[in-house]
Design a protein around this ligand. Sequence first.
Ligand SMILES: [Zn+2]
Length: 228
Amino acid sequence: MQPTHREAYPEEPARCAVCGGDAHAYGRAWRREKAISESFGPSESLSVQHSRAVCCACVHFAIGKTFHATIVRRGLQVKLWPQASWRSYSHIFSESLGHIIPRREDWRRVLTSPPGGRFMAVMTNTGMKNLVYRGLIAEDGDLFAMLVEDRAVWVNPRLLGDIVLAFEAALADGLRRDDLLSGDYSAASIFKVGRATWQVHEEAIGQFRRQSLHLLRLVHAIAASPAR
Ligand SMILES: [Zn+2]
């Protein structure tokens, strides 16, 4: 996204405040105050804190205008509002699949069966932080890291797939998503599915809760709801 005359940083050598690269590497750099707001993540996440320039590549993911244009151009079924921007949604960038704004089923597919080539996945529920800049590049489909809000989570896709299946089986039998995550079932919800059925599912899920809580949290977000 090229800056207008008012947005452009002077034609002098500078490093990009965000990524630390040559600020003019992708066309004329932007003035920092025109490119990113003061609320742009914690200042520690800036590579060059004193720089007043931002490169065009970093600007692309910082401003709402490019996000809106991308959604409209590709005809994506994504809700837009005036302040919606890249940080408002989760993203997967994959060498083989391209860019995806994942729905639950996309997450489930990509994380349990990672695409070929490198990819980067950032998941947000709050939409408050610019996670794309801090995303972790996954190069190994057997074990990779992704960002969930501020936290790096290591994903073993096979184990994740096992937890997804156990979780979905419990959902299909009528147990509730939040209860499976917390282990905090009401007497009524146990009664509804029957004690024996509950016990089978809780034994399976309880083990994951004790040993793989990060993955269970992820599964809580991506497991498919039973068809109605
Ligand atoms: Zn940059």
